[in-house]
Design a binder for this molecule. Structure first.
Ligand code: D61
Ligand code: MG
Length: 320
């Protein structure tokens, strides 16, 4: 269904959609005029769909830092996710990525579509990064270094135990939470949040995506890596892909509910984290993705369609 059709079917979505769109229009006027910044913001909108709008409603200085943080990590993730890069080429790039952001001339072509544009024109991101304040730069470099090392570790290792699952999600999303907390602190708008709460913010979002995307990931060609931990699914089936076959529906839904329950463990920390925020724009930036994740988990819970097709919320943020 086209996005206009989706909206007309759900007229109550129109008001929040317009409100968000107008906020985005206003935000557009504050983008720095230079071409490398224009590239970064247009890339953000093309690549992130759901995060672009919440990032754009932050105050200017913090917004620029978060935009670059997003693009640097999205580029790192594009390397991680590109299954056509041989391991012996990929691992050193992941590990050295935090140094490449200081180098205007570095680039590595990979990914497809808008991700390929981001990689090919990465010098724009480096140039913008080099204009950020030192405090922002250091936070972005530190997180990129730790995430790259963690991704490299998991290229060679599968997610078996629940501990592995939490560790992998820490590298790819929990660290984003730690980095964002540092950026908020560097902006002077917030106190520094405890790492364990920041980590939970990322784990909750990442686990929700991993649960929702089961079918998309298992059907991917060439075969993508799977992140459902064996320690959970092996209680229900012998092979992870058995969950998608109709004869296993009952077991599949039990396994799904087990995964949802595991994700919900992080809720307490997330609410605590949100309750400590002071700045209204930062609060919205943090709370909106969490609310979407709760909604998505509610939709997935006990829902066999996770194994049949896409289970996605309608989102004012993504569909216009
Ligand atoms: C407050 C607000 C936003 C938060 C947060 C706290 C704490 C953590 C996060 C956002 C990160 C949540 C990640 C959940 C979505 N997962 C992915 O995008 C996976 O890639 C992970 C590695 C790259 C992370 C890049 C990122 C994401 C969101 C950000 C950000 C950086 C910087 C600032 C704000 C939000 C997933 O990607 C697949 C795809 O969607 O293409 C994967 O490869 O597993
Ligand atoms: Mg990835």
């Amino acid at each position: 269904m086209g996005s206009l059709g989706a909206i007309l079917k759900h007229p109550v979505d129109i008001y929040p959609l317009l409100k968000l769109k107008m906020a985005a229009k206003h935000a557009e006027k504050q983008i720095p005029p230079e071409p490398h910044w224009a590239f970064c913001y247009s890339m953000l909108c093309r690549v992130s769909r759901s995060f672009a709008l919440v990032i754009q409603q932050l105050d200017t200085e913090l917004r620029n830092a978060v935009c670059i943080f997003y693009l640097v990590l999205r580029a790192l993730d594009t390397v991680e996710d590109d299954t056509s890069i041989p391991t012996d080429v990929k691992v050193p790039i992941l590990i050295a990525f935090h140094r490449h952001i200081y180098d205007h001339d570095w680039h590595f072509s990979c990914g497809t579509k808008e991700y390929k544009v981001l990689m090919d024109q990465f010098h724009n991101v480096s140039n913008a990064f080099l204009e950020l304040g030192k405090g922002y730069q250091e936070a972005i470099e530190d997180i990129t270094k730790r995430m790259g090392a963690g991704m490299a570790k998991f290229i060679l290792k599968e997610v078996e135990s629940i501990d592995d699952y939490d560790e992998y999600c820490h590298y790819v999303a929990g660290l984003v939470g730690l980095g964002l907390s540092k950026l908020f602190h560097a902006s002077g708008l917030e106190d520094l949040a405890p790492d364990s709460l920041s980590n939970s913010m990322g784990l909750f979002l990442q686990k929700t995506n991993i649960i929702r995307d089961y079918l998309e990931d298992i059907n991917e060609i060439p075969k993508s890596r799977m992140f459902w931990p064996r320690e959970i699914w092996s209680k229900y089936v012998n092979k992870l892909e058995d969950l998608k076959y109709e004869e296993n529906s009952v077991k599949a839904v039990q396994c799904l509910n087990d995964m949802v329950t595991n994700a919900l463990i992080h809720m307490d920390d997330c609410l605590k984290y949100l309750s400590e925020l002071r700045d209204p724009a930062i609060f919205r930036f943090c709370a909106i993705p969490q609310i979407m994740a709760i909604g998505t988990l509610a939709l997935c819970h006990n829902n066999v369609n996770v194994f049949r097709g896409v289970v996605k919320m309608r989102r004012g943020m993504t569909n216009l």
